[in-house]
Design a protein around this ligand. Structure first.
Ligand code: 9M6
Length: 235
C-alpha cells in the first residue's frame, strides 16, 4: 500500500525517539521516583509559564516481550481496560495497518479544565542484527484532524510519547520453541513530552505527573502480565 499523508512525519518522529532514547541520563535529568525496576526521571521545563516537563521512565518487566507490551499499548480495544485517566477513546482514522489516529477525552484533573487529545499512534518492529531480539516501539504524536475540532472549554493536549521495548532472553535454550516466560523480560523506555495545552498550576501538574505516570505504567504492565500469562509468547 502506498505512503499515507503523514508517513514522513511518522518517520521523522520515530527516528528522533530512537536517537533520543539512547541519550545519557545524566545532564539535567532528576530521578524523581524509583520502585522495583522502575526508574522515573524528569527535567523541569516551562514554556510561556506552562509546565512541559519531559519525563523518561525505564522499567524491566519479567515474563513478557517487547512485542506484547507494544501490542497492548497500541491496540484500541484494550485501552479502557488499563487507562484509568480517560473518559473516552476512539479511532477517528486508520492511515495504514500500523498507524491510526485517536481522539481521547481525558478525565478532568481538578482544578484544571478538561483535556482532550488527538494523535497519530504508530507501532513498529525494528529488527537489528539478527542474533538479538527486535526492538518494538509505539509513538503517540499530536496531530490536528477535521473530526477532532477544538471545543472550548476543553483544552487540546500536545503530546509526544514513545514506548520503546527490547526483549531479553535469559539462558536461551538450544531450541527456541522451549523458551519459557520465566526466561524472558522486556526492558522498556517510556518517554513523554506532554504540554497541557493551556495554563495549569505548575505545582499541581508536577504532582499529578509524579503520581500518575508511575501509577499508569504499574497498572499497564500488570495488565499485560495478566493478559499474556497463559498465552503463547508473542516474539
Ligand atoms: O502514554 S499516553 O500516550 C497513553 C494514551 O492514552 C499518555 C499518557 C498521559 C497523558 C497525559 C494527559 C493529560 C495530563 C494532564 C495535563 C493537565 C491535566 C492532565 C497528563 C499529565 C502528566 C499527568 C498524567 C500522567 C499519566 C496519566 C495521566 N496524567 C498526561 C497523555 C497521553
Amino acid at each position: 500500500k502506498g505512503k499515507h499523508r503523514l508517513a514522513n512525519d511518522v518517520e521523522r518522529v520515530v527516528q528522533e525517539h530512537l536517537t533520543y532514547v539512547r541519550e545519557e541520563m545524566c545532564d539535567g535529568w532528576d530521578l524523581i521516583h524509583e520502585e522495583g525496576k522502575m526508574k522515573v526521571y524528569r527535567r523541569e521545563v516551562e514554556e510561556n509559564g506552562i509546565v512541559v516537563d519531559p519525563l523518561k521512565i525505564f522499567h524491566s518487566i519479567q515474563g513478557v516481550t517487547g512485542h506484547e507490551i507494544c501490542h497492548y499499548f497500541w491496540e484500541y480495544q484494550y485501552r479502557m481496560e488499563w487507562e484509568t485517566t480517560l473518559d473516552s477513546t476512539k479511532i477517528i482514522e486508520a492511515l495504514d495497518q500500523d498507524t491510526v489516529i485517536f481522539f481521547q477525552m481525558h478525565k478532568r484533573v481538578w482544578p484544571t479544565a478538561q483535556r482532550d487529545s488527538c494523535f497519530w499512534s504508530h507501532i513498529r518492529c525494528i529488527s537489528n542484527s539478527e542474533e538479538d531480539q527486535p526492538t518494538w516501539l509505539v509513538v503517540n504524536y499530536t496531530t490536528p484532524h477535521p473530526l477532532a475540532p477544538i471545543k472550548p472549554p476543553q483544552v487540546r493536549l500536545i503530546a509526544n510519547v514513545a514506548m520503546i521495548c527490547e526483549t531479553i532472553i535469559n539462558e536461551p535454550p538450544l531450541n527456541p520453541k522451549d523458551i519459557k516466560r520465566e526466561n524472558i523480560q522486556c526492558k522498556l523506555a517510556y518517554v513523554a513530552f506532554v504540554n497541557p495545552g493551556g495554563w495549569v498550576p505548575s505545582a499541581a501538574v508536577r504532582n499529578v505527573a509524579k503520581r500518575e505516570y508511575p501509577r499508569f505504567l504499574r497498572r499497564f504492565t500488570s495488565y499485560v502480565i495478566e493478559q499474556t500469562r497463559d498465552k503463547p509468547i508473542l516474539f
